[in-house]
Design a protein around this ligand. Structure first.
Ligand code: NAD
Ligand code: IPM
Ligand code: MN
Length: 362
């Protein structure tokens, strides 16, 4: 089969990590008889530089005309890059938010899994991690909440005042809750819904709707947890989590925390799904301007995101399995990028890690 992939390389380490994911995908294509046709799509800083805006209508149309979108990361150093002198709607991140909204990508899946091979890179004590390690999925709502509420800065009586509003309607909560329970049914059948219902109305509505949805999934055990407690529990006892179901901003923050206990944020893949098969696949991390151009970035999160793309958008399960097995095999051989390096292992650059993973797919 032939598949049309919109490819957003983005900024910073984006082009480096996307090139490695393409290398691995092309190897999968050769092995399983598929071809992937890539259309380069501009977004973020590279689009600002080329077109004056972080995402053009043409770029959105190119994504919509594809089977799926694979992305690196966008943005620059938020204190020094000239992109951050522009008004907020013209900055790199505005492009990403617009793309998520335009493609209806309300469900963001971020799997945080501790490979046995990376136990030495996990900052949590062995006695907490135990033999089981942890294997969780963060189901993050992606097109509502604070990210998309009304926002303004005004001067009132000579004092500057900034507003960001957080709204959710019950339908937005219901559709992500259903996704969370559906994914739990394919896993260990446990959902922990994370909110701040002791303070926020939006969280109280979240709880009410999650409770209604839970009634349709009697096999799934579920509970509620406040977000501050969840942040603490993630390092105290990460093994307790199967599916974490949460709103946009909480999911953003908790997923960075969860990534670090897997060894590095460079390991955390992500899939952003809509009501159709069109999805956006990108690592959970940013453009890492501090290491851009140095061949030090870990490409595994992007390579695993490409595997999620094969699984969720293209229905190519065995091909996705092959990528995941290749990543595991390379870790087993002791190959590491610097962010997950530990004693006795062999350090590789970004390119060499991509080569090693591709070489496992024969
Ligand atoms: P970041 O995730 O880019 O970097 C945080 C730290 O993690 C840095 O030290 C970086 O070197 C390291 N890191 C990140 N990815 C890595 C990888 N693959 N391998 C090894 N180390 C890695 O977060 P930040 O510095 O807060 O943000 C930088 C820029 O990225 C900002 O402009 C931000 O808005 C943007 N951003 C974009 C996305 C996205 O495109 N989805 C996500 C998060 C941040
Ligand atoms: C992420 C990023 C984005 C977010 C930014 C770049 C808008 O941090 O994908 O996690 O907050 O969603
Ligand atoms: Mn983030």
């Amino acid at each position: 089969m032939n598949y049309k992939i919109a490819l957003i390389k983005g900024d910073g380490i984006g082009p480096e990590i996307v090139d490695e994911a393409v290398k691995v995908l092309d190897r999968v294509g050769v092995k399983y008889g598929h071809t992937f046709d890539y259309t380069r799509v501009l977004m973020g800083g590279e689009s600002i530089d080329a077109c004056g805006v972080p995402l053009t209508d043409e770029a959105i149309a190119q994504c919509k005309a594809s089977d799926s979108v694979l992305m690196g990361s966008i943005g620059g150093n938020t204190t020094t890059s000239p992109w951050y002198k522009l008004e907020p709607s013209l900055r790199p991140e505005a492009g990403l938010l617009k793309l998520r909204k335009s493609l209806g990508l309300f469900a963001n899946i971020r799997p945080a899994y501790l490979y046995d091979e990376l136990k030495a890179a996990c900052p949590i004590k062995d006695e907490i991690i135990g033999d089981q390690g942890f294997d969780m999925v963060i189901m993050r709502e992606l097109t509502g909440g604070l990210y998309f509420g009304e926002r303004k800065t005004v001067e009132e009586n000579g004092v500057l005042k900034a507003y960001d509003s957080l709204t959710y309607d019950e339908n937005e909560i219901r559709r992500i809750a259903i996704k969370g329970f559906e994914i739990a049914m394919k896993r260990r059948k446990n959902v922990i819904s994370v909110d701040k219902a002791n303070v926020l109305d939006s969280s109280r509505l979240w709880r009410k709707v999650v409770e209604e949805v839970a009634k349709d999934y009697p096999e799934v055990t579920y509970s509620h947890m406040l977000v501050d407690n969840c942040a603490m529990q993630l390092v105290k006892n990460p093994g307790q989590f199967d599916v974490i179901l949460t709103e946009n901003m909480f999911g953003d923050i908790l997923s960075d925390e969860a990534s670090e206990i897997t060894g590095s944020i460079g390991m955390l893949s992500s899939a952003s799904l809509s009501e159709t098969s069109l999805g956006l696949y990108e690592p959970s991390h940013g453009s890492a301007p501090d290491i851009a151009g140095t061949n030090q970035a870990n490409p595994i999160a992007t390579i695993l995101s490409a595997a999620m793309m094969l699984r969720y958008s293209l229905n190519l399960d065995k091909e996705a399995d092959a990528i995941e097995a290749a990543v595991k095999a390379v870790l087993k051989k002791g190959f590491r990028t610097v962010d997950i390096m530990s004693e006795g292992c062999t350090q590789l650059g970004c390119k060499e890690m991509g080569d090693a993973i591709a070489a496992e797919i024969q």
